[in-house]
Design a protein around this ligand. Sequence first.
Ligand code: UDX
Ligand code: UDX
Length: 471
Amino acid sequence: MNKQQIKICCIGAGYVGGPTMAVIADKCKNLIIKVVDINQKRIDDWNNEDLSCLPVFEPGLAEIVGRTRNKNLFFTSKIEESIMESDIVFMSVNTPIKQKGIGAGKASDLRWVESSARQIASASVGHTIVVEKSTLPVKTAYTIKNILNSYSNNESGKTPKKTFSVLSNPEFLAEGTAINDLLFPDRVLIGGDNTKAINLLRDIYLNWVPAEKIISTNLWSSELSKLTANAFLAQRISSINSISAVCEVTGADIHEVSKAVGTDTRIGAKFLHPGPGFGGSCFKKDILNLVYLCNYYGLDQVANFWEEVVKINDWQKDRIYKIIVEKLFGNLANKKLSILGFAFKANTNDTRESPAISICADLINEGAKLVIHDPKVDEESIIGDIKNYLRNKNLPFYDCGLEFEKDIYNSVEESDAIIILTEWEDYSNLNWQKISRSMRKPGWVFDTRNIIQIEKVKSSGLNIWCLGVGI
Ligand code: UDX
Ligand code: UDX
């Protein structure tokens, strides 16, 4: 690369693109990084002077953006110009599950990846390294290369003016801990077949990641490793959730079982927390992608094996909702239920695939009135998520079934039950005596995250159901 200063463009200013580029900018002051997005509002939000209003909430992110923004990190909607002047272009656009056509419900919708590849192909100048940051189906790099090369050869007979190297550099960051995961990654994976391009990207990471943590593979191994890592993580959650149901009927305690199992160093303790089911933008999408890939290659047994992980996850949400209905005498009409937490996990404002969506929607469909509290999620997202879920099931949505409350104690007044769906710290140390006094009797507490002290709830006179604990 014959340029003095390496310039980077990242297409997609989302949960992945924004934090990833912010950390790279902070660690590599010599790079110029432009994060672009087709969504002007997103860009405006990233440029908001008030750092508490950034479009993505991640602990530590605002400080980093404050240090780097408009120094060597820029958020802009000038997509073509930013691509044109860049040596490296990261693709960090969304890759949701396809809604219709071949592979609907399983395959990734690659329309934005393809349009980004065309944008890069058309606007780039000289040699450009294109990096897949989004999680993609195996062999997507082949499609990207195909599109890019069709532009590079457009002047027949002459030396192509545009050349490209495609690398796969999947993200392994989890929301809520994204900054820490970026600063101290377990590994950085770079897949590709061009050693010069791999080394250039590797040199960027070497600014803060130890060399032994940077793994180089071929393109397909890198793409498949990302899907496999997420599939394995999700599989552990479905495994422990399946056992949580066995605990409830046998009198075993899922925490004791989880601890006993996880202390085996061959198994390990992480990702063995029982809960209402995994959410987030990646796990379900990536497993279904793997399932689609296996079916495509005729590996139906493998596909079925992984599909069960998603089925158990849906079953866990469904059985929790049914337990709530059963404990409240099989009738939710005119009952007020307080929902504590709507984000798919704590420390994020993201609700994508949150287990709270189906649980809340199913409770509303039973006639319950819900009062929802979440410290970070806004009302608009919650209403949109619930509406979508009900619409997809051809069920009606009534506004009157939903209220929002920013104060936890106000939210539980006169309610018949409290249902904890996200493990926000605020919920772990509540004044249960005070809460009990303000609820209708017999009052119930359903803890799907196991964050409350059971004895304190019991002594307040409330009934309690805890996931995976036969009480
Ligand atoms: C996305 C993918 O969903 C995930 O699979 C992958 O691992 C990383 O990228 P995320 O960053 O969480 O994850 O998505 P999102 O927050 O939706 O951000 C994507 C951004 O790309 C959006 O702001 C969208 O406006 C933008 N975009 C999309 C473009 O700028 N151009 C496009 O053509 C399409
Ligand atoms: C995940 C992967 O961890 C990350 O490496 C990848 O790049 C993107 O997908 P994320 O979805 O942000 O990250 O969150 P994660 O912490 O993995 O949690 C996913 C879901 O699993 C959450 O709903 C969480 O509550 C649930 N979970 C996690 C459990 O129910 N039990 C656990 O033990 C761990």
